[in-house]
Design a protein around this ligand. Structure first.
Ligand code: ZN
Length: 141
């Protein structure tokens, strides 16, 4: 089990796999002020490995808001629910787009969207501007 540093090869591999887009909110790295980062879906403090199956390409905001969290509260049911895992979950099963708004479809989707503030006013405004410019979404869902 590797819990060490992320290698340049792992970083580049994740970036290519993600098409340069955040694997949570879909924002392309060219459309962010801050560089995208490697996220441990299961944080090291929870024994998450530094291996492809546990790593994701994430924008600064999603990565910071997720932090070491593994779960959050589903805003609809109030139940503790695990977060979306980019390596094991399929984005389109948990979300759909309504214009620039990311609409959660499942408890996992709702919990993750709430914790990561996908539809916070400033994030939505950025996606609306990018959508109008034909720059969002850049991934095919
Ligand atoms: Zn993001």
């Amino acid at each position: 089990m590797s819990r060490g540093r992320i290698t340049p090869t792992q970083r580049q591999s994740l970036r290519i796999l993600a098409g340069g887009c955040c694997e949570y909110c879909g924002l392309h790295e060219e459309d962010c002020c801050l560089p995208h980062e490697v996220d441990h879906a299961v944080a090291g403090q929870h024994r998450g490995e530094t291996a492809q199956k546990n790593l994701a390409w994430a924008c600064f905001h999603c990565n910071r808001l997720k932090g070491p969290n593994l779960a959050s509260i589903d805003p609809r049911t109030g139940e503790l629910t695990r977060l979306f895992h980019p390596r094991y979950d399929h984005w389109e099963e948990h979300y759909q787009m309504d214009g620039a708004r990311i609409v959660p479809l499942t408890a996992i989707g709702r919990s993750t969207a709430e914790l990561l503030r996908f539809n916070a006013m400033e994030r939505l405004a950025l996606r609306e501007a990018l959508l109008a410019a034909g720059r969002y979404p850049r991934r095919e869902y």
